[in-house]
Design a protein around this ligand. Sequence first.
Ligand SMILES: Cc1cc2nc3c(=O)[nH]c(=O)nc-3n(C[C@H](O)[C@H](O)[C@H](O)COP(=O)(O)OP(=O)(O)OC[C@H]3O[C@@H](n4cnc5c(N)ncnc54)[C@H](O)[C@@H]3O)c2cc1C
Ligand SMILES: *[C@@H]1O[C@H](CO)[C@@H](O)[C@H](O)[C@H]1NC(C)=O
Ligand SMILES: *[C@@H]1O[C@H](CO)[C@@H](O)[C@H](O)[C@H]1NC(C)=O
Ligand SMILES: *[C@@H]1O[C@H](CO)[C@@H](O)[C@H](O)[C@H]1NC(C)=O
Length: 271
Amino acid sequence: MAALKVAVVGAGVIGLSTALCIMETCPNCSVTILSEQFSPNTTSDVAAGMLIPHTYPDTPIHVQKQWFKETFTYLFAISNSAEASEAGIHLVSGKVADLWELHGKYDIIVNCAGIGAHQLVGDKKLLPIRGQVLKVHAPWVKNFIRDGDGLTYIYPGIHRITLGGTREKENWTLSPDPGTTKDIFDRCCSLEPSLWGAQDIQVKVGLRPSRQCVRLQREVLSQGGVKLLVVHNYGHGAGGFSVHRGTAKEAAGLVGECIAALQGSSSKAKL
Ligand SMILES: Cc1cc2nc3c(=O)[nH]c(=O)nc-3n(C[C@H](O)[C@H](O)[C@H](O)COP(=O)(O)OP(=O)(O)OC[C@H]3O[C@@H](n4cnc5c(N)ncnc54)[C@H](O)[C@@H]3O)c2cc1C
Ligand SMILES: *[C@@H]1O[C@H](CO)[C@@H](O)[C@H](O)[C@H]1NC(C)=O
Ligand SMILES: *[C@@H]1O[C@H](CO)[C@@H](O)[C@H](O)[C@H]1NC(C)=O
Ligand SMILES: *[C@@H]1O[C@H](CO)[C@@H](O)[C@H](O)[C@H]1NC(C)=O
């Protein structure tokens, strides 16, 4: 049997980690990542990347705990090593307007389009929560600081510090708002006055793909008797980093179910 062709739509933390998990569970699959934007231009690049248990009201708590735990264990094991391997995975740039465009070219489509899924699959339950942050150079700040409701925060990363932030429901505006930039900077400087000396201030905006539950689901689309196998993995809201490995593993498991179904149907076809 020829190598199965899997297309992952989206190259944020969810698409990349899902592609990696698919390679791990199905080494013979050929995985292509199709995406409109790549790093540094995704929502995932805007995030501070903190592991914070975020709750999805309609996902059972024990499932969320499992996703978080798997992600934590995974990251803890590779902390300080640069292991983001792209071996065996092809990257292709471009916008997918309709999943059916991929029919015939790929056997299984994995939808990791983040907020892009609103349009791509017409999911009206998926809504943006806009977040504006500043990425600054202030290497003397070593510890994170976060105010009571978590709206103002200072999270040091390896290269830069993320200063936040905002949570604006159903706002699709990707351009930075200058008033908000000043407000964030003032709020953070009152928590940590040494930030007045921060250099190279960059402003970033991301749309959190917010949903009552992450959509992790197999779907068989059908058009005039023709079928398209799809696995969805989107809607991670404010917690995509915190659960990415757990949800990627679950999505790879769903891809495995699709493969089993394809192999079952092809052996039936031969009979
Ligand atoms: C300010 C801010 C701070 C955050 N801080 C944290 C944090 O500390 N911890 C945490 O866990 N989470 C945090 N988050 C949330 C986290 O960023 C998201 O949950 C996560 O990035 C979602 O990842 P994703 O891969 O689903 O989406 P994205 O990163 O948006 O990736 C989606 C990909 O799909 C592509 N795409 C979309 N539509 C199409 C299409 N039609 N055709 C082709 N390609 C398409 C895009 O180009 C992109 O590559 C934060 C978010 C923001 C905005
Ligand atoms: C994967 O590919 C190798 C080499 O082509 C082959 O020997 C092996 O049987 C394949 N494994 C599966 C599970 O299809
Ligand atoms: C990110 O976006 C900028 C501005 O549109 C563009 O110049 C750059 O090539 C993009 N980077 C990648 C990796 O796509
Ligand atoms: C969206 O956010 C921008 C920037 O903060 C703001 O200027 C605009 O008024 C907001 N739009 C809506 C519809 O709330």
